[in-house]
Design a protein around this ligand. Structure first.
Ligand SMILES: NC(=O)c1ccc[n+]([C@@H]2O[C@H](COP(=O)([O-])OP(=O)(O)OC[C@H]3O[C@@H](n4cnc5c(N)ncnc54)[C@H](OP(=O)(O)O)[C@@H]3O)[C@@H](O)[C@H]2O)c1
Length: 339
């Protein structure tokens, strides 16, 4: 049997997603992935021979990966990337949709060194789509970002493979787990503030709750999925966006009691000048497959011809399924599609 060589990975961000990735690698030594550099806000650890996930997690428990025996203050810059021999750079830090930072800086450095790039954070895509793709092309690197749009839903992959030869008319999706959970809490009579407190510990919510509640996170996913699937331009500000903050407990309860729960629905379709998207809370018909999704599950209905409607759902969300999507991407950068 041929031994599979291991992918050497540098990663920025060691929060819910990064630590889940380390726990999975600790539990699954058969996965051919070696972490050679990991950064958080306080510093980084790097070793070209590989960093044991358990030691990274232990250092983080003390406060930072910088406390690892190979830890230091500072950030993963070009010299660190070169020194640790990484082949793939994973960006899993908290992110800004305005400027894509801090990940955008790291991603540019990684691409300049011709590393493949896997994104969990949406910021670099949402803020710098064209420039990012131009740099990927220039460097000959591979870019994967399935963790950015409702991980672990394979939203773009499904559209580009299972619908090959069909015409995709539109996408309707539940892209945001947190609002699903919040609306279910409101069905139980809790206010949005109480609901946010209750789900705060689940590791699903964005650090800034406005991103979920006001629909920014779902809108960012519309940009990523819409541009990937339909091509053309669409900026975050062009998404017609309404969050769930204007809903009252009685609105949510009345809809649920009549059998058609309110969900934050994202709709994307091709337009004359690029994709068009709307994010808004909608009461769903009881027969709609999206209406049956509970406990923050995510799902997409692809409306396509002649294949008909197809429905894909993901019942897990949060750090671990997102880390699993990152692993899927890291392993897939080696798979060269036939030209
Ligand atoms: N959690 C999910 O379900 C999920 C799903 C899909 C996508 N994502 C995206 O994945 C990314 C990570 O999510 P998460 O849930 O792991 O977030 P998180 O728990 O808040 O962790 C964020 C991590 O980023 C680190 N960080 C912040 N600024 C940094 C910098 N300048 N350099 C290096 N590291 C920095 C933080 O460092 P400290 O630990 O020192 O604070 C922390 O380790 C986010 O962009 C998120 O939107 C998350």
């Amino acid at each position: 049997m041929t031994a599979v060589s291991r992918q050497r990975v540098a990663m920025s961000g060691f929060g819910s997603v990064g630590q889940s990735l380390a726990r999975i690698l600790e539990a699954r030594p058969d996965l051919p992935i070696t972490l050679t550099a990991v950064a958080d806000r306080r510093g980084y650890a790097a070793n070209p021979m590989g960093l044991q996930p358990r030691a990274l997690l232990a250092a983080k428990q003390q406060g930072s990966v910088a406390l690892h025996p190979y830890g230091r203050k500072g950030t993963i810059d070009a010299a660190v990337l070169e020194g640790c021999g990484a082949e793939v750079f994973v960006e899993a830090a908290s992110t800004s949709f305005d400027d894509g930072q801090p990940g955008w800086e790291y991603v540019q450095t990684a691409l300049a060194q011709k590393l493949d790039v896997v994104l969990a954070s949406k910021g670099p895509l949402v803020a710098h789509w064209d420039e990012l793709h131009r740099r990927v092309e220039e460097s000959g690197s591979r870019l994967r970002f399935s963790a950015t749009h409702g991980a672990p839903l394979p939203a773009v992959e499904f559209a580009t493979t299972a619908l090959r030869g069909s015409r995709l008319r539109s996408i309707r999706a539940l892209f945001n787990s947190t609002t699903g959970l919040l609306l279910e809490e409101m069905e139980q009579g809790r206010s949005l503030t109480e609901a946010l407190e209750r789900i705060g510990q689940a590791g699903v919510a964005e650090t800034n709750p406005r991103l979920d509640v006001e629909g920014w996170d779902a809108a960012a996913k519309c940009v990523i999925v819409g541009r990937s699937v339909f091509g053309g331009r669409m900026e975050l500000g062009q998404v017609d966006r309404t969050g769930i903050q204007g809903l009252s407990i009685s609105d949510v309860q009345a809809a649920s009691q009549s059998g058609g729960p309110i969900k934050l629905v994202s709709r994307i379709r091709p337009g004359d000048h690029g994709p068009e998207a709307i994010v808004s809370p909608e009461p769903l018909s009881p027969s709609d497959p999206l209406a049956a999704l509970r406990r923050g599950a995510l799902g997409i209905v692809y409306e396509a011809e002649p294949i008909g409607d197809l429905f894909v759902a993901a019942y897990g969300s949060g750090g671990e399924p997102t880390a699993a999507a990152v692993i899927r991407d890291v392993l897939s950068v080696r798979v060269r599609e036939p030209s």
